[in-house]
Each structure stands twice: as C-alpha cells, then as structure tokens.
Design a protein around this ligand. Structure first.
Ligand code: FAD
Length: 456
C-alpha cells in the first residue's frame, strides 16, 4: 500500500496532520517537492526555500527516508508518479490560497480519473476560514469581531514527528525530472544568513529563544532597533513550524505578552480568511470606492524607494534592511508603505510586488492585507485618511536613531536630534539626499486631496 506525500509550504515533520495521516494510511511513501517556478526566479523567498528544502531533506534522511525534488508541472508529474509507483493517494496540506485551491480541485479530478485520491489536510492555519461567519451568515470584515469568533475554534497541535519514514525510491520514469534549486548568482543573498537559519530545527530554536522575551513583547514589538518580535514569519510562511505549536508554547508561557502575540497570529488568520472569502483582494482594492483614486505614476521615485534613497531616514533604513536581510520590522513596513501610497501617491500594488520579490516571508495573504490596510483600501476599520508622518514615527519608535544608524551608514555620525530629519538642521551628509524626495507637508496635503476627490 503506497502513497505519495507532496510537500509544499509545510516543510516540517512535527505537528504535521497531513504527514501523520499519510504515514498512518500507507506502508511506504514517495516524498516529493515539485519546483513549479520554471526558471530560477531571483526572489528572496526562493533563496530561503533552497535552504529549507536542504534542511528538510537532511531531517528525512535521518529517519531513513528520502525527499525527491522534481521540476515541472504538478498536474503532469503527480499522476505519472502515482502510476509509476502504484500509489493510491496523494497527500497534501491545504494552502488556503485561491489559485492553489482551485488547482487542487483540478488535480483531484485528474487523479480521480486514474483511481488515485487527493487527500488534503489542514495544518497551515489555526482555524478553518469557512467555519467563522457573522450573525448574518456573511464573513467578517473587521478584525476584532473576527478574532473573538475565531479564537475559541483554534486548533493547537503538538504531535511528534514520525520516527521512521519508509520510502519508495524515485521511479525510473521520473528520474529525468530530478532537479536542484541553484544558489543565487551573484550571491546577493549573502546578508540574509547572518540573520536567518531556514529549517524546522532553527524555527523551533527561534521560538524558544523568543519565549524568553515574550513578557517584553507588547512594548518591544514596536521598536525596530530592538529584537522585540519573534521573527518567525518566514518559518511560518514555509510551514517549518505550525502556528498551533507556536501558539501553544506562548500560552504555556502566559502573561500579557502571550495575549498580544496570539492576536498577531490572529492577524495572520484574518489575512488568510480575507483572501479566502475575497480572492480578488490580492490585486484589487477590497473597497471598490477607491477604484477611482488618481494614483500617480513615478518610475524614478519608485526606484528610489526600492533602493532606500528617498531622503527620509526611517523609510530608507527600512528599505535597506529589506534588501539586506530579506525582512523588515512591522512598524517600518507600515511607515514605508504609507510613504509610497500616501506621500508619493503610488498604487499599493507597486509596493506589494516589491515586497513579494524582496521578503523572505513574502506571503500573498499577509502582504495584500498589510498593503491594503496601510493604503486604506482594505477591510477593517483602518482610517483611509490617516497618513503616517515618517519623522514623528521615527522620533517615537527609534528615539536614539539606532535603527537608522545601523541601516543608513551615511547618517551614522548624526546625533539623535538631527538623525530623524537631517534637512531641518542642514546636517545632511554628502552622499545622502539633501532633502526628502517629496516635501512632507505637501505630500500629506496632496494625499488627503486625492482621497477627498475619490470620496466626492
Ligand atoms: P511577530 O510580531 O513576532 O508576530 C508573529 C507572527 O504573527 C508573524 O510571524 C506573522 O506570521 C503574524 N503576524 C504578525 N503581524 C501580522 C500582520 N500585521 N499581518 C499578518 N500576520 C501578522 N507578513 C508576512 O508574513 N508576509 C508578508 O509578505 C507581509 N507583508 C506585509 C506588508 C505590509 C505593508 C505590512 C504593514 C505588513 C506585512 N506583514 C507581512 C505583516 C508583518 O509585518 C510581519 O508578519 C511581521 O513583521 C513579521 O515579523 P515577526 O515574525 O517578528 O512578527
């Protein structure tokens, strides 16, 4: 009795309902990862994926098994693999992304035609997006009532990994699809690995290290110069650790930090919930009222934003952290997104696309929700007329300027008074833009005027 396990964004062995189910149902498994990207894309998350698969492969080999990496279309390769090794089922974890879910439905039909079942299990989320609806039967559009309704149904899982994995060798017919993911050339990801270690063991270590700081989380989480958050986002994105384990560990530790942290995991649930119920919100304004907005086009300005050359220290620090580490602090994500969509007046999808390219935690659901929330075009009660002042934010959340000094070395000699807005004191050093590319007051006024026009 043979089955296929198709790993996707569930690159772990513990707390894994789909893998558990597959191990119980079959004597032997063919373990596959299918690289469907086609040609190598130079995305930060692909650099992460390469290392994560290496870690998973090694964990599997320690349990006597073997992970095979194939390149091609899953809809072609899986029926072929099932026929070649005589498998009667293909097991996966649900991805909860509309395009992927639709593809699973097509795949299930194709496999069924050959007498093979597609068995999907949950595991990526704490709850089921279809299980939580408002009183009228419609999905929630506001976070807090969603959280209240969803939280009691969250599943916490703590299951050990399988001790042994009895595996089927790769059938001859599939050998020619065998692949590897090449490291980026040139090695632009070099800065990532000072900050990150992909893989299940590293994810668990990061969780444990974070739990010691959990009590400080409610305050420290807003300070970009401090290591105040969990930095679990890429591990959660790739499923190297399940959200149930993360939440269970935080609850066990307890305190106000645990509650705040659970609510942040709730935002991740909400992002997937919104995407599930409103699939078009990946690219389109959630609130169509904003479709008439007169967004600007500014290719040179967009490029300066991407490179961290806007002349606004906190914005530039964030964009350079993103480029160097493949990650940016949440507070700064909000500030750079507000600068792009409000002060610069560019459509949020320009920023969302760059984030998807540059983040190691690039995630369709969380990213679209974050951008639409800041742009004010999305769900929830975020006031669309709020325009973050990047200098006020900088003084408040990076008061000593340590975060800016770390990521914008041109400014490292400026003191805490000058560093947030060097143009005000005429202290901009050579090599750094002498003033912001958009005047702060003018940019704010224009953003509000654009919004007022749209609302008319
Ligand atoms: P922690 O504070 O330790 O939170 C724990 C976990 O909760 C995170 O790992 C994440 O999975 C989840 N979480 C926390 N905040 C949010 C949030 N606001 N929305 C959804 N989930 C959240 N997060 C991504 O994972 N991928 C993205 O592509 C992404 N794009 C974003 C774009 C913008 C414009 C904004 C404002 C936010 C975005 N976020 C994204 C959400 C958030 O910034 C990151 O999840 C967070 O910074 C990750 O750091 P952490 O793991 O240390 O967070």
């Amino acid at each position: 009795n043979r089955g296929i396990f198709w790993f996707r964004r569930d690159l772990r062995l513990a707390d894994h309902p789909a893998l558990d189910r597959a191990c119980r149902a079959h004597d032997e498994l063919l373990l596959l990862y299918i690289d469907e990207a086609g040609e190598p894309a130079a995305d930060a998350s692909r650099a992460w994926l390469r290392k994560s698969l290496a870690a998973l492969g090694a964990d599997i080999e320690r349990r006597g098994g073997r992970l095979h990496l194939l390149a091609g279309e899953a809809e072609t390769l899986l029926p072929m693999a099932a026929a070649a090794c005589g498998a009667n089922a293909v097991h996966v974890s649900a991805l909860h992304e509309p395009a992927a879910d639709a593809r699973d439905a097509r795949l299930a039909a194709t496999l069924a035609g050959n007498g093979v079942a597609l068995r999907r299990s949950a595991g990526r989320l704490l709850g089921d997006p279809d299980a939580v609806l408002g009183k009228s039967g419609a999905p929630y559009k506001v976070f807090t009532p969603f959280l209240k309704a969803a939280m009691p149904g969250w599943r916490l899982r703590e299951r050990p990994p399988p001790e042994r994995l009895a595996c089927v060798p790769l059938p001859e017919a599939l050998r020619r699809f065998g692949a590897t993911i090449a490291p980026p050339r040139p090695a632009w990801d070099y800065g990532f690995w000072d900050a990150w270690s992909p893989g299940e063991a590293a994810a668990r270590e990061r969780l444990h290290e974070f739990l010691d700081r959990l009590d400080d989380y409610p305050e420290a989480r807003d300070l970009p110069a401090v290591d105040g958050t969990s930095r679990l986002s890429p591990h959660l994105h790739f499923g190297e650790i399940g959200p149930g384990r993360v939440l269970a560990a935080a609850r066990e530790r307890g305190g106000a930090g645990a509650d705040k942290f659970a609510a942040e995991l709730g935002w991740r649930e909400f992002a997937y919930y919104v995407l599930h119920h409103w699939p078009r919100s990946i690219r389109e304004n959630f609130n169509p009222r904003f479709d008439a907005m007169g967004w600007r086009e500014d290719a040179a300005g967009l490029e300066a934003w991407k490179r961290g050359r806007t002349g606004v220290p906190l914005v530039d620090a964030g964009m350079r952290q993103l480029w160097h580490q493949g990650w940016m602090h949440n507070r700064v994500r909000m500030v750079v997104a507000s600068w792009l969509t409000k002060h610069m007046g560019l459509h949020w999808t320009h920023g969302a696309d760059w984030f998807l390219h540059a983040l190691v935690d690039a995630d369709l659901a969380n990213n679209a929700l974050g951008w639409q929330w800041v742009a004010g075009t999305g769900v929830d009660a975020a006031p669309y007329f709020r325009v973050f002042n990047p200098v006020t934010q900088s003084r408040r959340f990076d008061p000593d300027g340590d975060y800016i000094r770390r990521w914008v070395p041109e400014l490292r000699r400026l003191d805490a008074r000058a560093i947030h807005a060097p143009w005000e004191s005429g202290t901009s050093p050579n090599g750094y833009p002498p003033r912001p590319m958009v005047d702060l007051a003018k940019g704010r006024a224009e953003a509000l005027a654009r919004l007022a026009d749209t609302m008319r």
